[in-house]
Design a protein around this ligand. Structure first.
Ligand code: COA
Length: 319
């Protein structure tokens, strides 16, 4: 695969809090003459960024073959990417900064920590939190995951390792889940005497059916990637590789495929499916019609027809 070029689009970098950006990445974004230095393999970059001084959340606006794909990477190794206050506020700020960015056509969630996607709530932080703060904090997590669900562009999550509790709830808020066969996935909250509180009791039954969701939530059972696929919890399971990033590599392929399609059409398709699946069929068909009206009057529709006629690849603008 062609190496990825990591840098930030200026319109994105201006809106992301500086705490999320490493000194290295800020350099990449501002030094226009250093393009040769930005041509880097993402694994090398990831290794350079792991460690106590690295930001807990890293964002990358991919270029090259993966242009228009925006990557959000969890990077809190010492707590297995547990969702603490700092990581969550960085995630929240990132989502706000990208939600209206039309240059982004797909958002990909991943982890920089080998064999771990996210260990869920930060249980150490939770222990020190006064009881009256817990409810509002959990509501805030739910709100952040709803922002992920509500992003207008498709979202993919690469599950190369464990995703427990809130980590799996984050994944459930995404459109497409890809798991390595070695992944460990579970809503384990009942083991801790609580219930999934960031959307898990609602999103899991909608995804895999009420009876299966009840079984998994009541038992707190942890599934491997293959079992998760059999439960229809993930779209695909892939064999883990020596770099422990097989799910990420497969997710990149899917993101690239999505980013090549008409961006307005993909956004409207997502809106039609998301809104339509929550209402009765006739209302859903009306939702679809409204979304079709938007693409009907678009420049992209004409471009798609012209490209077909001229036997060339369409150049979509998303308008
Ligand atoms: N919150 C805070 N810290 C966590 C954490 C969490 N959810 N999960 C792991 N950590 C910390 C551990 O306390 C440990 O810190 P320490 O080195 O200071 O003791 C460190 O991450 C490594 O964890 P460890 O258990 O030693 O690693 P492991 O690879 O053997 O196991 C887990 C990883 C995730 C399976 C295990 O830590 C675990 O079960 N965590 C709880 C997950 C959970 O129940 N999540 C649902 C919350 S609703």
């Amino acid at each position: 695969m062609k190496s990825l070029k990591y840098c930030f689009h200026p319109s994105i970098i201006s809106r992301i809090p500086s705490c999320i950006l490493s000194a290295n990445r800020r350099y990449l974004a501002t030094d226009q003459n250093a393009s040769a230095k930005t041509e880097t393999n993402n694994t090398t970059e990831a290794q350079a960024e792991i460690g106590p001084s690295a930001p807990e959340l890293q964002v990358n606006n991919l270029t090259g073959d993966h242009q228009h794909v925006f990557e959000i990477a969890l990077n809190r190794a010492e707590r297995r990417n547990a969702l603490g206050k700092q990581l969550l506020s960085q995630l929240d700020a990132t989502l706000d900064s990208i939600k209206d960015n039309n240059a982004i056509r797909c958002v990909l969630f991943r982890s920089m920590v080998p064999n771990v996607f996210c260990a869920g709530a930060d249980l150490k932080e939770r222990l020190t939190m006064p009881q009256e703060e817990v409810g509002p904090f959990v509501s805030k997590i739910k709100e952040i995951f709803s922002k992920i669900f509500g992003l207008s562009v498709p979202t993919i999550v690469a599950l190369d390792g464990l995703a427990l509790g809130g980590g799996l709830e984050l994944a459930l808020a995404c459109d497409i889940r890809i798991a390595a066969h070695t992944a460990k996935l579970g809503l384990t909250e009942t083991k801790l005497g609580i219930i999934p509180g960031a959307g898990g009791t609602q999103r899991l039954p909608r995804l895999i059916g009420v009876a299966k969701a009840k079984e998994l939530i009541y038992t707190g059972r942890i599934l491997d990637g293959q079992q998760a696929y059999e439960f229809r919890l993930v779209n695909e399971v892939v064999k883990q590789n020596a770099q422990s990033d097989a799910a990420y590599q497969r997710s990149l392929e899917i993101a690239r495929e999505i980013a090549q399609q008409g961006p307005l059409a993909v956004r409207m398709a997502k809106q039609a499916i998301n809104k339509g699946s929550e209402v009765d069929l006739q209302t859903g068909l009306d939702v679809e019609e409204g979304c079709y009206d938007t693409v009907l009057t678009s420049e992209d529709r004409i471009e798609g027809l012209k490209a077909f006629q001229e036997k060339r690849k369409p150049i979509y603008k998303g308008v």
